[in-house]
Each structure stands twice: as structure tokens, then as C-alpha cells.
Design a binder for this molecule. Structure first.
Ligand code: C5P
Length: 237
């Protein structure tokens, strides 16, 4: 796997109500964090300009937009995302969507397309309800594996998946694929609404290339200390 520094393997999810609060957190985290995820909460509030400012001060940016639309629309959307200088972008792991995202990325070598397989707050019962099936009919790891394989074959750079699925995915996808895992909870942290969680050590041991951590850092009494503890844990591996 390409070598990443500990600071670049931790991605802090900026799920905060305002850009001002996100900027204050970035300032507080300082050199402990080099990679930030901007998602639905900040995107409509000026998230793209914020992404450009983060890039201007040398941070990496993950735009977690989880595109899912007809191919032509996804392709145009990804072309527009290129303009922000973002490093990672998520799309859903549907063949037409992944193909269009790869086309939209074109020759931009910096922008990595990550396919979302199954959201980490989904249990087999949740998936069963959305397919009108019984929970016993749902083989969640098989669905994750099939979607991940398809996405990589179509040109995605990696996948977003639960840390519990990372070990199988690493075996299946090989050394180079990015495996980005939310649902990471340091020892002693609560699970919040995540259902498939693991510690940073276990997620990386399972083959994750990057960890996405939100509330265990953003809601910590001392966010810099919480981030530093995780990067220290990553550095020890
Ligand atoms: O606060 P927490 O650490 O649970 O944040 C996890 C972040 O990762 C959130 O921004 C969430 O939207 C995102 N995410 C996820 N599961 C996925 C993809 C993204 O939890 N499959």
C-alpha cells in the first residue's frame, strides 16, 4: 500500500452546524490533523469555499457528497468538484454512478473516487426492510464485497466501508485500493448511532488505509488531545 503519514490517515469529519465552528475546530486541531471531511451539514453553508481554504493552507479534503443520480448528472457534478481541489469524493456503489464519476474525474490525478458500499448505520434488518426481504435473506458482507469489487473494476480508487468489513475487502481488492472506514471508536468512546464499529488499531489492522472519525473528536472536551491520541495510536502500528 502507498505509504501515508499518521496525520494523513486520520480524517476528521466536520459534521458541525456552521463554517465558523468548523474553522475554529481546524484551528484548534492544528498540526494533529491533516485531512478533513466535509459532508451534507456544511456543504450548503459554503462548504466548497471552505474546502478551497483548507486546501490553500495545505490540508487535504474529503468531500463526502455520496453522489447518486443518473450517470450524465453525476459526471457533470464530479467535473465541478474537480475545481475545488478535493482529494477524496464519495459516490454510491452503483455501476452507472461509478462509471460516470470516473469519467467526470477524467485526468485529475489528485481526486480519488470512493464508492460507498453499505452505510455503516445499516443493519441487515434495515437493508431487508429497504429490499422488502426478510433479515435472514440479507448477506451483508456479500453485498459489501460485490459492490466493492464492481466499483474497483469500474475504475474507483477505493471504497468506504465499515472497519469490520475491511479485512475481507483488503484481501479481495489488493494492496493499492483505498479502504476508508467510518464507524471508528477509540476505546472508551460511545458508539453514537453507528452499528458496526472498531477501534483505530483494529480498523487499521484489518487493512483500512484511512479512518474517518467524527464525534469522538468533534464532541470531545479536548478535541486536539482526542485527535493526538488517535494519531499516536496510528503511529505505533
Ligand atoms: O461521528 P462519526 O465518527 O460517527 O462520523 C462518521 C462520519 O462518517 C459521518 O460524517 C458519516 O456521515 C460518515 N459515514 C459513515 N458511514 C459511511 C459513510 C460515511 O458513517 N458508510
Amino acid at each position: 500500500m502507498t505509504h501515508f503519514s499518521a496525520e494523513d490517515r486520520l480524517i476528521v469529519a466536520l459534521d458541525l452546524p456552521t463554517i465558523e465552528e468548523a474553522e475554529a475546530l481546524v484551528l484548534a486541531l492544528g498540526p494533529h490533523v491533516g485531512f478533513y471531511k466535509i459532508g451534507y451539514q456544511l456543504t450548503p453553508l459554503g462548504g466548497f469555499d471552505f474546502a478551497r481554504r483548507l486546501k490553500a493552507v495545505g490540508k487535504k479534503v474529503f468531500l463526502d457528497l455520496k453522489f447518486h443520480d443518473i450517470g450524465a448528472t453525476v459526471e457533470k457534478g464530479v467535473r465541478s468538484v474537480r475545481d475545488t481541489g478535493a482529494d477524496f469524493l464519495t459516490v454510491h456503489a452503483t455501476p452507472t454512478v461509478v462509471r460516470a464519476a470516473v469519467d467526470g474525474r477524467g485526468d485529475d490525478k489528485n481526486l480519488k473516487i470512493l464508492a460507498v458500499t453499505v452505510l455503516t448505520d445499516q443493519s441487515p434488518a434495515d437493508l431487508a426492510a429497504s429490499f422488502g426481504a426478510g433479515a435472514d435473506d440479507i448477506d451483508l458482507p456479500a453485498i459489501v464485497a460485490a459492490r466493492a469489487k464492481m466499483a474497483i473494476e469500474l475504475g474507483a480508487d477505493g471504497v468506504v466501508a465499515s472497519p469490520l468489513e475491511a479485512a475481507d475487502l483488503r484481501k479481495q481488492l489488493g494492496r493499492e485500493a483505498l479502504i476508508v472506514t467510518p464507524g471508528v471508536r477509540p476505546a472508551g468512546a460511545g458508539r453514537d448511532d453507528q452499528k458496526r464499529t472498531a477501534s483505530p488499531t483494529d480498523a487499521l489492522g484489518n487493512g483500512a488505509s484511512h479512518l474517518v472519525v467524527g464525534r469522538p473528536i468533534t464532541a470531545a472536551p479536548d478535541p486536539a488531545a482526542a485527535a493526538a491520541a488517535i494519531t499516536a495510536e496510528i503511529s505505533r502500528l
